[in-house]
Design a protein around this ligand. Sequence first.
Ligand SMILES: [Mg+2]
Length: 254
Amino acid sequence: MEARMVDALLLDLSGVLYDGDDVIPGARVAVARVQASGLPVRFITNTSRKTRAQLLAHLRALGFEIEGEQLFTAVDAARQWLLQRNLRPYCLVHRNILGEFDDIDQREPDAVLIADAAEDFNYANMNRAFQLCLEGAPLLGVGYNRYFKSGGEVLMDVGAFIRAVEFASGVEATIVGKPSAEFFHQAMASTTADPQRMLMVGDDVFGDVEGALNAGIPACLVRTGKYRPGDEDRVAEDFPVVDSIVEAVELALV
Ligand SMILES: [Mg+2]
């Protein structure tokens, strides 16, 4: 058996594989190469504007072959968190993904879930979330992501909206997606690899890189997606920075 630097690869989606509807140059071939190599690979995303089925369809439409069991989403993690605790959430989420919570009772909510609701982050909805939290409802958030890049522009992400409700209500959110170590551990646990012999690849220096490092997983930052020069200096740890997933896969498969 050939010696490898890593025993499993964790890949972020947006900004690593694609940017909106544009595939990052070389990403399709790089992912196909990893899948063909037999190296276990998991895809781990905080994206919450699409359902799991829509995400898989989007990936397929862009030419990526990914199995459902390889995909770990913060929306799924939020569902599990709520179901495990028998909570009735007020879902301040994108209308695309409302159906993902259809089987959970949402009458008289006793919890608040904030995902990337985009246009639905209006005063009435934010205020509802705030009022419930002030009355003692736990606050659940998909991630503290600051912004993401799509269709050539940077877009404000969910982090600031979660912070706003935290600030107003004095309730601290539980983050279920990246950078939560528990989320990384769920993806890790689906492989037999030792965390120290995994590699997380992402374009978000906080959510992907710092989050993985804090979970005990080596990480590498790509200069695609939301990456901006100087991002590598925004967290204290040292880690490799590569041009794109193409180079990251080279690192993983040597
Ligand atoms: Mg990303």
